[in-house]
Design a protein around this ligand. Structure first.
Ligand code: ADP
Length: 439
């Protein structure tokens, strides 16, 4: 609160000064001149103070005011404390803005604020990264000039923002972005942009998967139906034709059955909540069992199959899953190697890692296919897979099992020369049985 005391003092000061001037004037018999000089001095002094004030306000970098006496000291103090108050307010506001900025920079989505003229007033870091905006260069630019996409422009002008839209990223054709417009005080809009590439891919995969499964099941069913329609009502059919029909229908139903079994295995693995590293799996024994099945499958193909299995290497894992993965790799080697090939199955210690590998000298795979082999229903040669009864699910089962066991499938292959499929398990996951141990 400003006190009235300095005013009083100032008035008293002026009165004393003017009285002194009057006395001096009377003494020298020049009263008017003395009062005039006195008044000029007083005016000059105040002008000088005004000049100092002006200089302090506009040119001085000092926050504290220059020293002054009387009323001027009071004026300086008043301005100074009002400055201090607004500085504190500015600081508090700055802090709020800083926090808001930090918060919005930490948002997992890109955000842009535009005004009613569609001009960009603010954007966060992700908006700059995902949409290629530059800051502050793009401040004040129209949003539809910076996101020059027909679909987006139509969406913006339609002014119906209940539903978001998905468009390809303006800077990366492989990305799909979801744009959502949120009305924001005074006709402002907040544009929130999210990367939904993965979601759209998953949705696409789901649709493809359903289409593929339907297709895979439809083919054998069509064959079976075809033969059934050919059968006369009374079942009277020449014997050789009947035999062919029955054998064909049987093989198609076996194919369907194995496809359904593989689908079930896959979905069981995907949905499995079983913890992978609780039980110790006797992998050597498991591989010897698979060896018997492989020998049966190999009867016609007559490959030479060598099993090099270390009997002391066990793994923490899920036995059914590992059996599925290992047998798929071994049976694939048998199926995709021309008769009389050589196949080597190894379960050995390599450095500290335990490695499983299946090497064949079969058809091999061109490098362009290798990356896609573990996709569901992906087959390099559909005709060849059909003769082996392959569903195209085997390697995706292998991939899932291995990822469940913290391992990765490695594929090395040369077209016409052969392939090696392998995976490794870390020392923490494996258990080496003592040689003289009874287990
Ligand atoms: P499928 O049930 O058709 O065998 P997989 O998922 O097991 O399906 O394998 C996918 C494709 O990978 C197969 O169709 C085949 O073309 C190729 N493939 C798998 N293993 C081998 C191999 N050992 N040698 C050559 N090609 C292979």
């Amino acid at each position: 609160m400003q006190s009235s005391y300095p005013w009083l003092r100032s008035v008293v000061g002026v009165v004393i000064f003017l009285t002194s001037c009057t006395l001096l004037g009377l003494y020298f018999n020049q009263l008017l001149l003395a009062l005039l000089i006195g008044a000029f001095c007083l005016l000059g002094w105040h002008y000088w103070r005004l000049y100092r004030l002006n200089h302090w306000l506009w040119h001085s970098k000092k926050i504290s005011p220059p020293t002054a006496r009387g009323i001027w000291s009071d004026i300086y103090q008043g301005i100074y404390s009002s400055n201090l108050r607004s500085r504190d307010k500015r600081k508090a506001l700055g802090e709020i803005i800083r926090r808001f900025r930090q918060g919005s920079e930490a948002l997992p989505d890109a955000a842009i604020i535009i005004d009613k003229n569609a001009e960009i007033t603010w954007c966060n870091r992700l908006a700059r990264i995902e949409l290629g905006l530059s800051w502050p260069e793009d401040m004040g630019k129209k949003i539809y000039e910076r996101i020059d996409d027909k679909q987006f422009i139509t969406f913006y002008h339609a002014n119906r923002f209940e539903q978001p839209i998905e468009i390809t990223s303006p800077i990366n054709p492989n990305k799909v972005l979801e744009f959502r417009m949120v009305p924001y005080e005074d006709d402002n809009l907040m544009v929130v942009v999210r990367d939904v590439t993965r979601l759209t891919q998953i949705e696409k995969m789901r649709k493809n998967f359903v289409a593929n499964v339907s297709h895979e099941l439809k083919t054998p069913l069509t064959v079976i139906n075809g033969y059934l329609e050919m059968l006369p009502e009374n079942g009277d059919m020449p014997e050789p034709m009947m035999k062919k029909a029955i054998s064909e229908m049987r093989s198609q139903s076996v194919r369907m059955q194995s496809l359904i079994e593989e689908l079930l295995v896959l979905s069981r693995i995907e949905a499995s909540t079983e913890r992978a590293f609780e039980k110790l799996v006797n992998v050597p024994q498991l591989l010897w069992q698979i060896q018997v099945e492989a020998d049966a499958l190999n009867r016609e193909k007559k490959h030479k199959i060598f099993f090099d299995i270390s009997p002391i290497l066990y793994v923490y894992g899920i036995e059914t899953e590992l059996r599925s993965a290992f047998s798929n790799l071994i049976f694939n080697a048998i199926n995709y190697t021309p008769n009389g090939g050589v196949i080597e199955v190894k379960w050995t210690l390599e450095g500290k890692q335990v490695k499983f590998s299946v090497k064949d000298n079969g058809y091999g795979i061109a490098s362009k296919h290798i990356e896609r082999l573990t996709e569901r229903f992906y087959r390099v040669d559909k005709a060849r897979s059909r003769t082996t009864g392959g569903s195209g699910l085997g390697l995706s089962i292998v991939k899932h099992v291995l990822s469940h066991h913290n391992s990765l499938l490695t594929i090395q292959s040369k077209l016409g020369k052969g392939s090696t499929f392998s995976c490794s398990f870390s020392p923490e996951q494996t258990y080496i049985v003592e040689k003289n141990s009874s287990s």
